[in-house]
Write a new protein. Structure first.
Length: 139
């Protein structure tokens, strides 16, 4: 357990979900991002869905029910909690807030689902879950 955020690669996040049946991965992107872009496919490691709990409802406007929804999904503050966003910025903010809120085993999936932009401004080519070749699907 830690009292600070631990950053892990997408492959490490998948392995943690495989190894720890109590671990929970949480998508902190918006609903639109989750639907249009896709989500990690964890069906090979767990039957539990990835809850979508947006950190922001729209850019710059935080979700006032974020902690209520997290507590409903992850009542044990000592279990591993892996958060991810599109590129890692919002998940970093959410992870730090979760630690401040009393969660002791918080992981931020570095580079998020889509990763940083390449020279042409496109995501999912340099790093992140999709660029790592990990399983995903669109809803």
């Amino acid at each position: 357990m830690t009292t600070s955020v631990t950053y892990i690669a997408p492959s490490e996040a998948l392995q943690m979900m495989h190894d720890d049946p109590d671990a929970l991965m949480v998508d902190v992107r918006t609903f639109a991002e989750s639907v249009w872009v896709g989500v990690p496919d964890l069906s090979s490691v767990t039957s539990r869905d990835i809850p979508l709990i947006p950190w922001e409802l729209v850019p710059g406007r935080s979700n006032p029910q974020f902690f209520d929804h997290i507590e409903a999904e992850a009542p044990n503050r000592d279990h591993a909690l892996i958060v991810f966003s599109r590129s890692g910025k919002r998940s970093g903010q959410a992870a730090a807030a979760l630690v401040a809120h009393g969660y002791t085993n918080v992981y931020d999936m570095a580079d998020g689902f889509d990763g940083e932009r390449n020279g042409d401004g496109r995501r999912s080519t340099i790093n992140g879950w999709r660029a790592s070749g990990l399983p995903w699907f669109q809803q």
